[in-house]
Design a protein around this ligand. Structure first.
Ligand code: BES
Ligand code: MN
Ligand code: MN
Length: 459
């Protein structure tokens, strides 16, 4: 039996198994789900074992465990380290889901005429890491893997992978590999494959602005005492100028500038602005002047307020001049920018622009360095050939706007580059209500991955 026919013969089971994993609410950010995280790690380990992996282990960390497994067929053959994450983002806001986030259902959509699996984590990243487990099973059941495989599936990607770095540093020998293969990104469209060749870095901070030492009557004190929410709103708004550029001094100093020809190459990727606006329900896009949408999300750094709160937000009204205001702010970074430096620049600027009438505090959260991956490596070429075969079209190299903080560290600690062979779509509502993953995309991944191994092992 060929690997391909094995996959075809086991499709129903492959789908059901993914649905079972999606029923486990493995939300890493929420301590209430610690038990579910453990269950999810155990289920992942069990599935790896069943698929034929050896030395499967649930490795404890200071946070959520990492699942490891491997199949070493011959030390003289190359080794691929598959990385993925079994944790998911919180499903909130729940009332916007058309079906419960942890009760997967398959529904057809315009973009997914063969159906899409709706559940938190369907695309990011359970559906995608599980393709590797099933592709591995299919290879093992039909003659074995053509080179060595290691799996490292973690449970803290969505909260910054803080403990994975320690694990990688302590396990360099066990994780030694020639390339890291990751399916946690997207393709341009189901009829236009692409491979991300870069990920943005991230600086994430939380700020606190304090005005008076207690909440005040807004009639008695309003107008005479600084309102920290008014002040914070002004401070955040001032961080972009009219051209959409970030005003933090030094913010752009290290930004890698692409040549005109590199920019032209990047903009060759098909992009339908009208469809993009329609999908998001917006009348216009907005961003840094002088750059296209592809460039704004791929090669330019950004600053976004992710949440802002303070004062009275309950039913009805309360006339209050609040003592405090808070915000969470993220900055996406591009090659040559450093998360530590940008966080410092932000903190200094934030303190600098705060008026004397308030006190401010900046608390850094997790970060991650930007990466670019080569398009001329054996592994990239193997991924490209594999996708060309299953999609019938050569994949276009693109730059992903999101971040996978650990990828830069892999390069540094394991001295290996990554290939970001993702199969999702940007419109799959990752991190949003009604996240989904195309049934086609899931099986396309399972069909493509063995071809990657085939071409990579022979390269
Ligand atoms: N899978 C995403 C990253 C991604 C998505 C890259 C689509 C490219 C295209 C990942 O799970 C993610 O969401 N990362 C976070 C990192 C953060 C929580 C530290 C992100 O980008 O916000
Ligand atoms: Mn992900
Ligand atoms: Mn994510």
């Amino acid at each position: 039996m060929t690997t391909h026919s094995y996959i075809e013969a086991n499709k129903d089971r492959f789908l059901q198994e993914l649905l079972d994993l999606l029923r486990i609410p493995s939300v890493s950010a929420n301590p209430a789900h610690a038990g579910d995280m453990k269950r999810m790690a155990e289920a992942t380990a069990e599935k790896l074992r069943e698929a034929g992996a050896d030395r499967v282990e649930i490795c404890p960390t200071a946070g959520h465990p990492i699942v490891y497994g491997e199949k070493m067929v011959d030390p003289s053959l190359p080794t691929v380290l598959v990385y993925g994450h079994y944790d998911v983002q919180p499903p909130d806001p729940l009332d916007l889901w058309h079906s419960p986030p942890f009760e997967p259902v398959i529904r057809k959509t315009d973009i997914h005429p063969d159906g899409a699996i709706f559940a938190r984590g369907a695309c990011d990243d359970k559906g995608q890491f599980y393709m590797h487990v099933k592709a591995f099973e299919a290879m093992m059941a039909t003659g074995g893997v053509p080179c060595n495989i290691k799996f490292m599936i973690e449970g803290e990607e969505e909260v910054g992978s803080n403990n994975l770095g320690t694990f990688v540093k302590a396990n360099r020998a066990r994780l030694a590999c020639d390339v890291i293969l990751i399916s946690d990104t997207s393709v341009i469209a189901n009829d236009q494959p692409s491979i991300d060749c870069g990920l943005r870095g991230l600086s994430y901070v939380e700020v606190e602005v304090t005005g008076p030492n207690r909440d005040l009557h807004s009639g008695v004190y309003g107008g005479a005492v600084a309102n920290p929410i008014n002040i914070l709103a002004r401070m955040i708004a001032s961080m972009h100028d009219d051209a959409g550029r970030i005003t933090i001094p030094g913010f752009y100093d290290d930004v890698q500038v692409l040549s005109e020809s590199e920019r032209a190459e990047l903009n060759k990727a098909p992009f339908d602005l009208e469809a993009y606006k329609k999908d998001l329900g917006i009348d216009d896009v907005r961003g840094e002047a002088g750059f296209t949408t592809i460039e704004r999300t791929g090669i330019r750094p950004t600053l976004d307020c992710n949440g802002i709160w303070g004062g009275y937000t309950g039913e009805g009204s309360k006339t209050v001049l609040p003592s405090k205001a808070f915000a969470k702010i993220s900055m996406r970074l591009v090659p040559n920018q450093s998360t530590e430096k940008i966080t410092e620049l932000f903190a200094a600027h934030f303190r600098n622009i705060a008026p004397a009438s308030v006190k401010v505090e900046v608390r850094p959260h997790h970060g991650g360095e930007p990466v670019v991956t080569p398009t001329d490596s054996k592994a990239y070429i193997a991924a490209s050939k594999a996708m060309q075969e299953t999609y019938g079209k050569k994949p276009i190299p693109t730059r992903g706007g999101g971040s996978i903080p650990i990828v830069a560290l892999f390069e540094q600690e394991l001295n290996a580059k990554s290939v970001l062979m993702g199969f999702g779509l940007d419109s799959d509502a990752l991190h949003s209500p009604n996240e989904h993953y195309g049934v086609f995309n899931y099986f396309q991944g399972i069909r493509t991955i063995p071809l990657f191994f085939h071409y990579f092992a022979r390269a």
